[in-house]
Write a protein that binds this ligand. Structure first.
Ligand code: FAD
Length: 631
């Protein structure tokens, strides 16, 4: 028999990025015995890599900013496909969550009069991103960890044990959620180092596992982002929405090849950087879409004046939402106006004095110096699109973060959840999303535990099945190598389900994914259970595959272009598709896709927009409803 370590908790939080840590803090503050589990080392999550900042309408730099303006920007960025209630809660609660971080000890950059400073970012009407240089995520994680330590110190005083009510299990990967009927009963996984198994029994689980980027070769994401939370939720009976929407960040490094995809923060453009093609032309002026024409400058002169006089000038087109900029770069390169390494130029050197560049963008300065031997205070950077963020994710109740579908006791927050960002996320809106919905997930998971009279039971047969599933790749003599399979999967997703999509290619992708599914079912890993990355990847592949299938299926189904989903054969946004969420679920091991109507925005929110703007997005029928409302 296999040895399995067992633990009992009230709330198990899977993921130690911003969403997971904020959830854990809230569950612990509600008195719940809480476990935090993370696949990598504690402190090393995507959140720590976030550079630009956290968006919150505090109005510190421009007093005209408020939650209504932030809500509007978020809905525009998402092309009105966002879950409006999530966007509303996010816009309203972000400032409180940022100020609260200060009470935990966060040290943000300051304005001259000592308030938290805020910087410009794509799609945000006013300077809105609270930041710490270009290392904001590091400060966020540091502060949340510090808060956890302080809670552990309280517990030591009260219970004589630091880990009495909150314990971190680092380098621990969850491979299965365990159910009792339709209720969460626990989570099963392994320690990366020893390969030993561990079982957490708990009535409530918060998924905060981040994104899916490792299904693509060129990505800003690191090794651990294999869509585990998405897949765990699906297998537990929850649903995913918006999986066709992936954000390709316009500016990843393109050279040297070994670092292709690594992020170049949008702050470079927020602070004045401009994009040029190989002919030296600032090409973004040619790519302002009709829906945004009123808000963006038409000449370089106006765009440049905006940095110092934003009230009387319109913003530079380099600061359009990310999907627009990524497509523009793609088109320039395709038209033969790209750089030698296949990107475009991002120039900050000619725009700011060298010492200012080093002060505002210290990480970027070092990143280019060390990885590419480029001095960004003297030379332009070469950049191109990189797979960065998944808008799609677990369908949740907006207020409680409870997962939709046929499962109870499951909550989700952060990048793994869907709905908040619609078809495209604005930069900076993720860090604030983590805080707002991380808190809510922790809070409502705790409430759920209070309301659960009898604890669900873990069934021995389910644990045995989880063990068998985990050991299978090690027990197979023949079968594909996990690294080959990952490369093949990345090729399918990058080539056929990338930035620009076409019907025939998506159909081809689905055929190839079906073939890959057969091979992944027979994946074989050599070696034993002690620290064996090949084995770990073999287990991740099952998750990457089912999540990729959801993306490809939804991308084929949605016959329009919107945000992070561009169909060459349906290049326009179609109002009738705005009313539809594509919902993925599992039927046995088959991916099922259903249409679900989007919830309707209530009167107070919809009246924040002009009719002329709404007319660009809504169907005639919806506009008639709007007119009836207005009279
Ligand atoms: P993450 O921070 O991704 O954490 C996920 C956690 O889940 C990790 O601890 C991981 O180990 C764990 N995990 C995953 N699978 C398992 C499993 N099976 N078992 C156990 N644990 C698991 N957003 C902004 O708003 N502003 C920015 O400036 C910004 N800059 C960015 C820069 C970069 C380079 C990147 C990659 C992203 C950036 N983003 C930014 C996006 C933002 O950082 C992420 O969307 C956000 O941090 C996700 O947070 P999270 O808490 O949901 O998950």
């Amino acid at each position: 028999t296999t040895r399995i370590e067992r633990h009992h908790y009230d709330v198990v939080v899977i993921g130690a990025g911003g969403a997971g840590l904020r959830a854990a803090i809230e569950a612990r503050l509600a008195g719940k015995k809480t476990a935090i589990i993370s696949k990598s080392l504690f402190g090393k999550a995507h959140t720590v890599m976030a550079e630009g900042g956290a968006a919150a309408a505090m109005g510190n730099v421009n007093s005209r900013d408020n939650w209504q303006v932030h809500f509007r920007d978020t809905m525009r960025g998402g092309k009105f496909l966002n879950n409006f209630r999530m966007a509303e809660l996010h816009a309203k609660e972000s400032p409180q969550r940022i100020w609260e971080l200060e009470t935990y000890g966060a040290l943000f950059d300051r304005t001259k009069d000592g308030k938290i400073s805020q910087r410009n970012f794509g799609g945000h009407e006013y300077p809105r991103l609270a930041h710490v240089g270009d290392r904001t995520g590091l400060e966020l994680i540091r502060t949340l960890q510090q808060k956890i330590v302080s809670l552990q110190q309280e517990d030591k005083r009260e219970h004589g044990d630091y880990e009495a009510r909150i314990k971190v299990f680092a380098e621990t990967t969850i491979t299965e959620l365990l159910l009792d009927g339709d209720k969460i009963a626990g989570a099963f996984g392994y320690y990366r180092e020893s390969g030993e198994f561990v079982l957490f029994e708990a009535p409530a689980v918060v998924l905060a596992t981040g994104g899916v980027g490792k299904s693509y070769k060129v990505t800003s994401n690191s090794w651990e982002y294999t869509g585990d939370g998405h897949a765990l939720a699906l297998r537990a009976g929850a649903t995913l929405i918006n999986m066709e929407f992936l954000q390709f960040h316009p500016t990843g490094m393109v050279w040297p090849p070994s670092v292709k995809g690594i992020l170049v923060t949008e702050s470079v453009r927020g602070d004045g950087g401009v994009l040029k093609n190989s002919e030296g032309k600032r090409f973004m002026f040619d790519y302002v879409p009709d829906v945004f024409r009123k808000q963006y400058a038409e000449t370089e002169e106006e765009a440049d004046r905006w940095y110092t006089d934003p009230d009387n000038n319109r913003r530079p087109p380099e600061l359009l939402p990310r999907d627009e900029v990524a497509r523009a770069i793609n088109s320039e390169v395709k038209a033969g106006r790209g750089t030698p390494a296949g990107g475009v130029y991002l120039d900050i050197a000619s725009r700011l004095p060298a010492e200012e560049v080093r002060r505002r963008l210290p990480s970027m300065y070092h990143q280019f110096k060390e990885l590419a031997d480029v001095d960004i205070t003297k030379q332009p950077m070469e950049v191109g699109p990189t797979c960065h963020y998944v808008m799609g994710g677990i369908e949740v109740d907006p207020d409680t973060a409870a997962a939709a579908g046929h499962v109870r006791g499951l909550f989700a927050a952060g990048e793994v959840s869907g709905g908040m960002h619609g078809s495209n996320r604005l930069g900076g809106n993720s860090l604030s999303d983590l805080l707002v919905f991380g808190k809510r997930a922790g809070q409502y998971a705790a409430t759920y535990v209070d309301e659960t009279a009898t604890r669900p039971k873990v069934h021995v047969s389910d644990v045995e099945a989880a063990v068998d599933q985990a050991l299978a790749p090690l027990n197979r003599e023949t079968g594909d190598n996990p690294y080959t399979l990952q490369q093949d999967l990345q090729a399918v997703m990058g080539d056929l389900v990338g930035i620009i999509r076409r019907k025939g290619e998506l159909e081809d992708a689905l055929t190839r994914l079906a073939a890959l599914r057969q091979r992944v079912a027979r994946v074989s890993a050599s070696g034993g259970r002690r620290y064996n990355p090949g084995w770990h990847l073999a287990l991740d592949l099952r998750n990457m595959l089912v999540v990729s299938e959801c993306t490809a299926r939804a991308a084929l189904e949605r016959e329009e272009s919107r945000g992070g989903h561009t169909r060459e054969d349906f290049p326009k946004m179609a109002p009738k598709w705005r009313m539809v969420n594509l919902v993925c679920s599992l039927d046995g091991d088959k991916v099922r896709l259903e249409h679900q109507p989007l919830p309707k925005m209530h009167a107070e929110l919809i009246s924040l927009f002009d009719r002329t703007e709404l007319a660009k997005y809504l169907t005639d029928e919806e506009l008639t409803d709007f007119d009836a409302l207005a009279t």
